[in-house]
Design a protein around this ligand. Structure first.
Ligand code: C5P
Length: 236
């Protein structure tokens, strides 16, 4: 039986990666966090002072840095997902910091950055059997994906979830700074010229404001079962 591609897009901190990870485990598929790649490029540029502490950068220098960046991924059984490596260094923790979150959406607007990262993403999905989450997976990276989800949730619910997640890791962030970051990124991601965040025409909307993890997974499992009834392409 052939495998499929599941594309999950949506606003920041909607629980895309939590659902994508659970779904990938359920299906025996590979999970890919596409945002981690944009975060890795951003981290490289910050470390090399291409992005200043004021968030300003010269676009040409960012594009030029792409050839010095080697991204790789290694499965981490504890996280049940792959960690992201930048030139051989595990940067999984560093790319989740607020300073990277504050710069990533501006870096990911750059056309050359998107095409560079897009090539890596398409290569990862060439054999299918993949669940990838991000902002343009169903619209741009895999427009042919068999199952597309578009996730959304009330902004304050999203902020609180992100604050709780950070606190549980011992990182101190305030509700207001997280809210500002999420709203700014959502604005940048939906208004950019290159592959903006938008719902693919054939994507199913999942608003998880009032759904727990189990309910979300059950919702998607049902979608897949319904899909199976109409298309004989998938084995679970
Ligand atoms: O998913 P995550 O919040 O880690 O993504 C960080 C940022 O990377 C997003 O706010 C967005 O600017 C960018 N991104 C993107 N396209 C994707 C995934 C992420 O532009 N497919």
């Amino acid at each position: 039986m052939s495998k499929i591609i599941v594309a999950i897009d949506g606003f920041s901190a909607c629980g895309k990666s939590t659902l994508a990870k659970a779904l990938a485990a359920h299906m025996g598929y590979v999970y890919v966090d596409s945002g981690a790649m944009y975060r890795a490029v951003t981290l490289f540029c910050m470390r090399n002072k291409i992005v200043g502490t004021d968030g300003k950068f010269d676009e040409k220098k960012v594009v030029n840095s792409l050839k010095k960046i080697k991204l790789s991924f290694k499965y981490n059984p504890a996280a049940k997902a792959s960690d992201t490596y930048l030139n051989g260094e595990n940067i999984e923790k560093d790319i989740r910091q607020m300073d990277v979150s504050n710069n990533v959406s501006k870096i990911s607007m750059i056309k050359e950055v998107r095409s560079h990262v897009g090539i890596i993403q398409r290569e990862m999905g060439k054999d299918k059997g993949i669940v990838m989450d991000g902002r343009d997976i169903g619209t741009n990276v895999f427009p042919e994906a068999e199952l597309k989800l578009f996730m959304t949730a009330d902004v304050d619910v999203r902020v609180q979830r992100r604050v709780d997640e950070s606190n549980s890791k011992g990182e101190h962030v305030t509700f207001d700074e997280v809210k500002h970051n999420l709203m700014q990124r959502d604005y940048d991601d939906t208004h950019r010229k290159e592959s903006p965040l938008t719902k693919a025409k054939d994507a199913v909307v999942l608003d998880n404001s009032d759904l727990n993890k189990e309910q979300q997974l059950a919702f998607v499992e049902k979608l897949i079962k319904d899909f199976l009834l109409t298309k004989d392409t998938l084995s679970l």
